[in-house]
Design a protein around this ligand. Structure first.
Ligand SMILES: C[S@@+](CC[C@H](N)C(=O)[O-])C[C@H]1O[C@@H](n2cnc3c(N)ncnc32)[C@H](O)[C@@H]1O
Length: 370
């Protein structure tokens, strides 16, 4: 299906037939790394994306949702995005008409959407004005009409109508993992691919000798929750403060008691584990009791890109590296390749119709005779 906004909207860059587009990504991967991935996980072609952000575009009295234009510093009106989950497509088709009501559209400048595959959604309306009880009344009517939750946000103000989180279930082995995704926190954008990534990692480590797991850049526990049962204990760290309570809630909802988590940056995690600095945040966690066999890193697009952090990671027998940017993965892999070999690799087409690619490498330490 050709999107009518293609080549105007900056959201997608590729409109080849899906199998051709995916094959091109595989070729790019092979050129960059010099080998073929062990596994290739394709996406649903359309209706896969669980998060979106739009700006409001105004033409006289009328309002539209808009995206950045392709290659230009301009914005274009959008009336649908076929990449979004069905519930989100439904919302953006109806929304401009429903927002013509003055109280809801006055000083509205952006919207965010978060959905799940069971047709639940949160719409966040972001304003340059203080929200009052009249706004709340109108927003409550809109939430009822669309059967969704609505969050109104402006400077120092947030009003939640319904819920500020969404439930998601991911099947793993013979169980179903339960997650909450909180609006405003990081979550993997393609739920179908996310389930495949979680299952891939759990199978990839099945035959390893496992003790404890250190996870850096853990977000709200997407991988932590799934992998905890394979390890004695897990120490999970993340720089965003609001992610840690969600991780704890996710652990509780899945009856997991062996995860220890703290808000720490990558650098702080290393200081803590090297016992160079005491953190009040770690007062209830005895880091001396951990015996790590594995480290999992899932850094942002910039990769690890820090020699001290890479040296630290390179001490672990197994490294599970999850990357959303093959370029920075390549650079980090050159460093890690001095001590480790890649024993499993997979690519995941988390972002169809764009050049982006998600990759997982499992590294194992090379033991040299000395
Ligand atoms: C690609 S997301 C992965 C999150 C999680 N693994 C998931 O699957 O949802 C990267 C995470 O790294 C965190 N992060 C970014 N810079 C960081 C840093 N310097 N130290 C620790 N965490 C960081 C972000 O807040 C984000 O949660």
């Amino acid at each position: 299906m050709i999107c009518p906004h293609f080549e105007i909207c900056g959201g997608c860059q590729i409109q080849d037939d899906y199998p051709i587009a995916l094959q091109k990504k595989v070729t790019t991967f092979k050129k960059l790394f010099g080998f073929s991935p062990d596994a290739i996980f394709e996406s649903k072609e359309r209706g896969f994306r669980a998060r979106a952000e739009f700006r409001i575009h105004r033409d006289g009295e009328k309002i539209f949702l808009s995206m950045n234009t392709f290659g230009k510093n301009e914005r274009i009106p959008i009336d649908n995005c076929p990449n979004l989950l069905p519930i989100l497509q439904e919302i953006i088709k109806k929304l401009p008409n429903l927002l013509q009501e003055d109280i809801l559209n006055h000083k509205l400048y952006a919207i965010n959407l978060l959905g799940n595959i069971n047709n639940k959604a949160i719409l966040t309306l972001i304003y340059h004005k203080t929200l009052d009880s009249l706004w709340e009344q109108e927003a409550t009517k809109l939430a009822k009409m669309l059967k969704i939750s609505i969050i109104g946000r402006s400077k120092n103000q947030e009003i939640v109508i319904g819920s500020n989180f969404i439930n998601t279930e991911i099947p793993l082995d013979n169980t179903t993992l339960k997650y909450i995704y909180k609006e405003g926190n990081f979550s993997q954008p393609n739920p179908y691919i996310n389930a495949k990534m979680i299952n891939f990692v759990s199978q990839a480590i099945a035959t390893h000798q496992k003790q404890d797991l250190l996870e850096m850049y853990c977000g709200s526990g997407n991988f932590t929750i799934a992998l905890a049962k394979y390890f004695h204990k897990v120490f999970a760290t993340e720089v965003v403060k609001s992610a840690i309570p969600i991780l704890k809630e996710n652990a509780k909802n899945n009856h997991i008691a062996n995860i220890y988590s703290a808000r720490l940056s990558g650098e702080e995690t290393i200081e803590a584990l090297n016992f160079k600095r005491d953190f009040f945040r770690l007062k209830e966690i005895d880091l001396k009791t951990f015996n790590f066999s594995h480290i999992l890193v899932d850094p942002p697009r910039s990769g690890i890109a820090n020699k001290e952090v890479l040296e630290f990671i390179a001490k672990f027998p197994y490294i599970i590296y999850i990357s959303c940017n093959p370029q920075t993965l390549k650079e980090d892999s050159i460093f890690l390749g001095k001590t480790h070999k890649i024993i499993q690799s997979a690519i995941f087409d988390q972002f169809p119709h764009t050049h982006h690619l998600e990759t997982i490498f499992i590294f194992q330490k090379i033991f040299t005779e000395s």
